[in-house]
Design a protein around this ligand. Structure first.
Ligand code: PLP
Length: 395
């Protein structure tokens, strides 16, 4: 251990371990541990920067760990999708020159005032009431003389994602047309945005949304400056399915050209999940094997597994003895519970695990970087989740 990684952003006193198992057998932690690989994170950022045909911004909410933000910035990510004054302040502090896109369509007036004071470049909106608040509080031009961008967020009834983002935000095409017309008339830069829903495995969702953007801009008679195609890019959650980001990037570029021709707007994406999920693995310890049947872990749905009831189980799991020896028994599916006394604290379905696991073993779960450290709670006194750096997540 303690080899210094060059080119990766690290905390001042942080040392980097070679892989998670080296840490587990050396420290035998009793609380759950999240392992971050700066190398894996920067490689994935590079995949987006090289492959996406436009500006790549990062949706901070998916993992606001400062080392994550630092490493994305080091890889060349220069724009951030933020949703609150807290996120705005953090990005301004860590990445002072970043472009801030405040894409939470409903904001209190004091939040808008805060954003203006931090030179936010772009705001999304999905209603006339919230648009009027922006008109009243946001000057048309930024400190550097550039126009402030306002993007109308619209929604379509499209399936394909793990859950429906249109249920909370997004204007109809008619309302988006009205918003776009008013934004242009008021002297802001007019743009459009959508979010196809998180873990969206159907590329056709982007196809339908991009063509709708053309209809909206035509109906408004407004040439849109940019089209933000959202987050929603899928991550590798289960062994059998490796989603192809390149196919989605290619489709987005092709359909934008087909729909808009010469007048194509610049593209932006704002991935959260697909950028960070594979940069972290979770180690959770088996507290008990109740009568050799149910598995009780020291982490659960009030901790790093918070989105599993919504998103479904994950199966890229290996098991390790406290001495760092991998359990290799035949696969047996078991019911797995988290540590709290709440009966909803169980993983969905049954989890495939080696049959020879024992109390005190560690389960190492890959693909845990998104919506895990951010939503971890201290419910029932659990949730002491540490983050440590590793060179390599694979073991
Ligand atoms: C949550 C969110 C994202 C990120 O979504 P992922 O599915 O994690 O990629 C992007 N944009 C907006 C507006 C969001 O709310």
């Amino acid at each position: 251990m303690n080899s210094e990684a060059k080119g990766y952003a690290m905390g001042f006193s942080e040392s980097i371990w070679s892989d998670p198992v080296e840490y587990l057998r050396s420290v035998n932690p009793n609380d759950p541990v999240m392992f971050l690989s700066p190398a894996a994170l920067q490689t994935q950022a590079q995949r987006f920067l090289d492959g996406f045909p436009g500006l790549v911004t990062y949706a901070v909410k998916s993992n606001p760990d400062e080392a994550v933000v630092d490493n994305l910035a080091a890889a060349g990510v220069s724009g951030f999708d933020v949703a609150s004054p807290e996120e705005i302040a953090m990005i301004r502090r860590l990445v002072p020159d970043a472009a801030l896109h405040y894409n939470n369509p409903v904001r209190a007036k004091h939040e808008i005032v805060f954003a203006v004071g931090r030179d936010v470049a772009s705001y999304s909106v999905d209603s006339l009431s919230e648009l009027d608040k922006l008109f009243a509080l946001v000057p048309t031009h930024r400190e550097n003389g550039e126009r402030v961008e306002i993007t109308a967020r619209y929604k379509l009834p499209v399936a394909g994602a793990a859950y429906d983002f249109g249920a909370k935000f997004g204007a109809t095409e008619e309302l988006a047309t009205e918003i776009l017309t008013r934004v242009a008339a008021a002297g802001y830069t007019p743009s459009l945005t959508f979010h196809p829903g998180t873990q969206c495995v159907d590329p056709q969702a982007w196809d339908a949304y991009i063509r709708a953007a053309k209809r909206i801009s035509d109906a408004a008679g407004v040439r849109i400056h940019r089209l933000n195609v959202g987050g929603g890019f899928p991550s590798h959650r289960v062994q059998a399915i490796v989603p192809s980001l390149d196919a989605i990037f290619h489709l987005i570029g092709r359909v934008t050209e087909e729909a808009f021709g010469e007048d194509a707007p610049a593209l932006i994406c704002e991935p959260g999940r697909a950028l960070v999920a594979d940069s972290m693995a979770l180690a959770t310890r088996i507290k008990g094997l109740r009568d050799d049947n149910h598995v009780f872990l020291n982490d659960g749905v009030y901790g790093a597994f918070s989105e599993l009831p919504l998103m479904g189980a994950m199966d890229r799991i290996t098991a390790w003895s406290p001495e760092g020896v991998q359990r290799e028994g035949d696969t047996r599916r078991r019911t797995v519970f988290g540590p709290t006394c709440d009966s909803v604290d169980r993983l969905p379905g049954e989890t495939p695990l080696p049959s020879d696991i024992e109390e005190g073993d560690y389960l190492l779960v890959q693909g845990m970087g998104a919506y895990s450290v951010a939503t971890n709670t201290r419910f029932n006194g659990f949730g002491a989740l540490a983050v440590h750096m590793v060179m390599d997540l694979s073991v």
